[in-house]
Design a protein around this ligand. Structure first.
Ligand code: FAD
Length: 384
């Protein structure tokens, strides 16, 4: 019983809710329906990896329940409802609760944590924390824990490691790479982050792959490829995210790393849009808050009748590792140029300059992290 002329948004994460809010500033009447597989509580996902040290439970991270969101947004929100297929010919989405018609459709359904099938019987003891429900389970399990093993030393793995150390836990981090934050930071900067975290008490096991995960009493035992064994009360897996593209490609929408959209956030199918962690905008997959906010503002205007391309300026990423603060603007892939690095202890300033000495990217750690704003202004826009 949803109206046929509705704008339907799939997903009530930061993308879905920000879009709905921005749209309602411009259009108070058009029926709006949001569909979510979860309970529809509004929360800020970045808090999942620093909520422990701040002493926040899942309930405390929730900013509004679904009834409040329905009222604020003048929208219908279908919770615990999973979209299973897009029927573009009929103009409806198939869900596990029935069909929902749309006039225009927005995909804001995020990304899946990558799950590496390690050997052993303990995969269920490896927590993946990608939403508020996951966080609630993780916090509950932490209640009786002392020692935690984190698999992965990327952005999310390092943030969880820092949060757990600050929360008073013993932390081991295992990763197959020789550095932390691989691919995101030049070597000197990632070394500074590793040292900062080690000084705070994190134990790294780099160049080591996990081969098996087994239950060990109430806890978990990780087997490593050098024969070493790590015991912990629980494991946290943070080995990356993959944009959810499956249902879109089954429906014939163009997908690549994400769901491909043009600069007005429209997919290859007219009237269907995508933003946030599931989207690839003109070739860019940027699974961060700043880009999704810019996309939500532009798409709200488009949906309210003024076609508006999204523009991305420079998009610095801040890594929430207080043991060694980091901000980074990676240079565009395959850029010509060189890193120029200066260092004072764990404070590193790495500037990537092109042949004409233009600043194309940077990474700053420690005391230099505060230079993020001024450096960002010099870096060219990602999507002018
Ligand atoms: P999500 O929040 O994942 O929302 C997806 C929604 O779609 C959910 O409501 C889900 O239930 C729904 N859904 C999925 N599939 C279906 C389906 N088939 N049917 C119905 N509903 C479905 N970014 C930063 O910029 N700064 C940070 O400090 C930062 N920290 C982070 C820390 C952590 C631990 C994580 C995991 C991410 C962090 N990020 C950070 C990234 C940022 O949080 C995300 O880019 C952003 O929250 C993505 O929002 P989204 O709405 O696109 O996706």
């Amino acid at each position: 019983d949803t109206p046929a002329n509705a704008i339907v948004i799939v997903g009530t994460g930061l993308s879905g809710y920000t879009l709905a809010r921005e749209f309602r500033k411009l259009d108070t009447d058009t029926p709006l329906v949001l569909i979510t597989a979860d309970d529809g509580r509004s929360y800020s996902k970045p808090m999942l990896s620093n909520g422990l040290a701040k002493g926040k439970s899942a309930d405390e991270l929730a900013q509004a329940d679904v009834a409040a969101m329905e009222e604020n947004l003048n929208a219908r929100i279908l919770t615990h409802t999973r979209v299973e297929a897009l029927d573009t010919a009929a103009g409806q989405v198939q869900t596990d609760q029935g069909a929902v018609p749309y006039d225009r459709l927005v995909l804001a359904w995020g990304a899946d944590p990558i799950r590496i099938p390690f050997g052993g019987d303990g995969m269920d003891a490896l927590y993946q924390v990608n939403d508020l429900t996951d966080y609630g389970r993780y916090r509950q399990r932490l209640g009786s824990a002392r020692r935690v093993a984190v698999v992965g030393a990327g952005l999310i793995g390092c943030e969880f490691a820092n949060d757990l150390i600050n929360g008073g836990f013993e932390v081991d981090v295992v990763a197959p790479t020789d550095t932390v934050l691989p691919g995101l930071l030049p070597e000197e900067a990632s070394e500074a982050v590793r040292r900062g975290l080690e000084e705070a008490g994190v134990r790294f096991h780099l160049n080591r792959a996990v081969t098996t995960v087994e239950h060990a009493g109430e806890g978990v035992r990780l087997g490593l490829d050098d024969g070493d064994v790590l015991e912990a009360d629980l494991g946290v897996a943070a080995v990356g995210l993959q944009p959810r593209t499956g249902l879109a490609s089954e429906a014939g929408l163009e997908t690549n790393r994400g769901i491909c959209v043009n600069q007005t956030l429209e997919t290859s199918h007219p009237g269907i849009y995508a933003l946030g962690d599931c989207a690839e905008v003109c070739g860019h997959v940027l699974p961060y808050v700043m880009p999704l906010m810019a996309a939500a503002r532009a798409l709200a205007r488009t949906l309210s009748g003024t076609p508006t391309p999204v523009h991305y300026g420079s998009m610095p990423v801040t890594v929430k590792t207080p043991a060694c603060p980091v901000a980074v603007c990676p240079p565009p892939a395959n850029s010509d140029g060189n890193w120029d690095v200066s260092r004072d202890g764990n404070s590193v300033r790495a500037l990537f300059r092109g042949p004409d000495s233009q600043l194309l990217g940077f990474a700053v750690t420690g005391d230099y992290a505060s230079e993020k704003q001024s450096l960002s202004k010099e870096v060219p826009a990602i999507l002018p």
